[in-house]
Design a protein around this ligand. Structure first.
Ligand code: HEC
Length: 114
């Protein structure tokens, strides 16, 4: 029995590791009712322009969410409550934001003409 439990736990951990933090911790909301992370990323990109600043702002929000830290437009802040956002440890938040930037980075899609 213990062996079966161990195998199931290891299998779940393996699946989790493969899926990444965004899929494990964020997709449950952001693929359903919450605004898609791609759109949120582009909003942060428009406001803060540098990856370092985006990282800092997003991680700061995710570690201790508040209305003042929210970068979303007023209408969105009225519809959803940024203060009710779940908070995460700084290590989870940093991993999630790194993953998001790697996934959504628009520079990868820009073609440089010779
Ligand atoms: C319980 C549902 C839920 C989970 C889980 C969740 N989010 Fe959100 N998230 C929301 C909602 C709703 C909003 C829109 C309201 C707001 O701005 O906070 C939001 C907004 C955001 C914002 C914009 C914050 C702002 O206002 O500037 C970021 C960035 C974000 N989420 C990242 C994440 C990441 C990364 C994860 C996983 C580590 C995550 N969220 C997990 C529901 C969730």
């Amino acid at each position: 029995m213990a062996k079966v439990v161990l195998i199931v736990v290891l299998a779940l951990e393996w699946l989790g590791a493969k899926e990444g933090i965004l899929a494990q911790k964020c997709a449950v909301c952001h693929q359903n009712d919450a605004p898609p992370l791609g759109r949120i990323y582009r909003r942060y990109l428009m406001l803060y322009s540098s990856k370092e600043r985006i990282k800092k702002r997003m991680v700061d929000f995710l570690v201790s969410p508040s209305l003042q830290k929210s970068a979303m437009p007023l209408g969105m802040r009225k519809r959803f409550d940024p203060q009710a956002h779940p908070s995460f440890s700084s290590s989870i938040a940093r991993q999630a934001v790194e993953e998001l930037i790697a996934k959504e980075d628009i520079l990868k899609h820009i073609v440089v003409d010779q």
